[in-house]
Design a protein around this ligand. Sequence first.
Ligand code: FAD
Length: 319
Amino acid sequence: MKVSEILAGSTKPYPSIEIVPPLRGITKDELLESIAPFMEFSPKYINVTSHRDEFEYRQAADGSFSRHLVRNRINETTVCAAIMSRYDVETVPHIICAGTTGEEIESKLDNLAFLGINNIVALRGDSISGEKRFSPSPGGYRYASELVEGIRSYQGSTSYRRSRGLDTDERFFCIGVGAYPEKHFEAPNIETDIVNLKKKIDAGADYIITQMFFDNSKYYTFVEKCRTAGINVPIIPGLKPLSTVRQITTLPEAFSLDIPLELTKAMQSATDNKEAAYRTGMEWCIMQCKDLIAHGVPAVHFYTMGKSDNIVNILKECF
Ligand code: FAD
């Protein structure tokens, strides 16, 4: 089932779970066991993130350097297939423009369609380490809006439609896109960022998932601005519980977001107590989640980032 249909047919908010593909060396069973705790809540779908290939330079004995591809993680399509082989759940792979050509993306779409996966989250991805600004691969997409257009035009091609037996107007893929209540770090201001977000919706995206935030008022203001700008699709809030004191520094750096003073102080007061810090982050997230649900959000998206205990407790408290 498509996420757009789930959203349209849902009578109460539901949790959506995002996992990161395991590092190479982890077995399929280990992966499936790690997500088993979430399955107790019968999630409607599981998102699986995508990670661009990195390169490293190795020096030979003669002093020359050669470039080598480094793939640290199992790819998202394989992880989706593994999840569906064990659990009766939809999967939503993320597809990124970064480090890929349009043709490679078409091939990914073929693989997803083959597996019967008709949900995608379309994202740009980030620059490779050492690169200051994002630059697309030759023949690749510059922005997520171009990727959304690419997916829509690919499935509009005659041969594709014939192979899937699709009617003229039917869309095979339901597409989600990302958005930033505190603005994307490259955007000059939130208004411009929202204009660019609308390009993704106009290109054919069906719904939005936000970057994590720790102050719900930022999300509510953002949704209002989007509605004023003519963005009318569902906007699913994204949450992540803090789990260590260190994250009050690393998350703002990595994701260009604010941690409220009250939460910062509460985490700092737990500096010498890992358990207290973990509990503080979790309780803050429960408070955020309950408030979002009370405000009638369609769903709450959880960035699990390899942790399950805290998310499971939050799901128990809130859903
Ligand atoms: P875009 O929508 O392309 O926007 C990027 C920047 O370009 C913004 O500043 C925007 O304002 C600007 N822009 C957009 N269109 C135009 C235009 N036409 N002209 C000028 N400027 C424009 N990353 C991963 O690598 N893998 C993942 O699985 C992943 N999952 C994510 C899931 C969610 C829900 C979110 C919110 C983010 C995720 N990310 C992921 C991170 C994401 O790839 C980065 O935040 C990236 O920097 C931006 O991606 P985007 O799709 O929002 O880009």
